[in-house]
Design a protein around this ligand. Sequence first.
Ligand SMILES: Cc1ncc(COP(=O)(O)O)c(C=O)c1O
Length: 374
Amino acid sequence: MTWLIPLFKIYYDNDDIRAIKEVISSGMNWAVGPNVTQFENEIAEYIGTKYCLTFNSGTSALHTELISHRIGEGDEVIVPSFTFIATANAPLFVGATPIFADIDEITLGLNPDSVVESITPKTKAIIPVHYGGCPCRIRELREIADDHNLVLIEDAAEAFGATIDGKNVGGYGDSAMFSFCQNKVITTGEGGALVTDSRVLYEKAKLIRSHGRLETTDYFSSSECMDYITLGYNFRLSNISAALGLAQIKKVEIIIDMRRQIADTYTSLLRKYVPAASPITTPSGYKNVHQLYSIRIPDRDGLMRFLTDHGIMTKVYFPPVHLTHFYCREIGYKGTLPITEKIAKEIISLPIYPGMPDEDVKRVVKIMSDYYGG
Ligand SMILES: Cc1ncc(COP(=O)(O)O)c(C=O)c1O
C-alpha cells in the first residue's frame, strides 16, 4: 500500500550516496574495509564506551553478546514482553530461558520492582529495552544487576543518542546493542552495533562475529593462513554499509533534533485537539530521541482503521511477545503481565521522521480530532 503519510522515511543526503559510491567504485573492500573500523571508533566515541563492534543486524549483535557473556542452557534471562521479539529470542538462541517481567507506565521499559520479583537462583542476566528512543529506568536496573551479580545487557536498538542526565544509554550495561535497521535513528539499511567497556568481552565478540577466526590482519587481502579457535558466525557489517553509517552518524544530532521537534509539535497539538490521547511523557533529565512517537488512546483499533482510510500509516509497537503464537503455542508460556497487556491494547505509534512537514503532523492530528468528534 502506498501511504499519503508513511510511518517513517529514511533521512539521507548526497553524502550518503557519495560514501557508498566511493566504496563501490574502488572495486574492492566491499565486505571488510577501513570504514568498518572508523564507524566503530566513531560510535564508541559518541556513546562514550571504550569499545564498539559493528554487526549485520541488532539481532546478531545481541546474540553475540549472550554467547560472549557465557549465557547458556539452564540460565534465565529477564526481558520485557513489550518489545520486538528479537529481545526475547536472543536467550533462546543460546539455550537459555527468557523470563518476562512487566513494564512501568511512564518509560514503558522494564519495571525494576517486577524485575526483582522475577529473579531466581537461575537468573543470569537482564535485558532492558529503551522503548521507542526513551531511556528506561536503567540506573535502578544497574543497581539491581550489581546487587544480584547479574549481567546487564541494554537493548538500545531504538535509542541511539538517548541520554539520562547527559550520559548516553548503551553506557550503563555490561554491554549494549544498537540497531541500524532502516526505521532506526541512524541507518545502514540493516546493521547493528555492540558497545562495551570490557576488553575481554570485545575480543570474544570479535571472534564470534567472524567465524571464530583469529584475524591478525584483513583476511581478504592477506595470503596468511589464519586459525579458527571457537565457533563463530558471519555477523559482519559490510564496508559498504559502514560507509553509509559514517555518513549517517555525522548527521545524528540534526536527525535527533528534528525528531524531538516533531514530537513536541504532536504533543502540544494533541493536548489541544485530541484530549482522549495520552502522549507518553519523558521523565525529567531523560532525553528521548523519538525513534517512535507513541501515544495511548481509547478505541485504538477504530482510530487505526480511520487513519488508514485517510492514507495515514500507524502501527502497534508492540504486541506483547508473550502473546505471540510462538511463545504461547510453541514455548507454552502461560503467565500474564497486566501492565504490558493493558498498554498494548491502547498504544499506537504515529508517523514520525526527520523532515516530516508540520502540515503533515497537523493533518494527522486533524483526522484524529475528527475521529473523536473534536
Ligand atoms: C527493541 C528492539 N530490539 C531488537 C531489534 C532487532 O534489531 P535488528 O532489526 O537490527 O535485528 C529491534 C529492531 O527492530 C528492536 O526494536
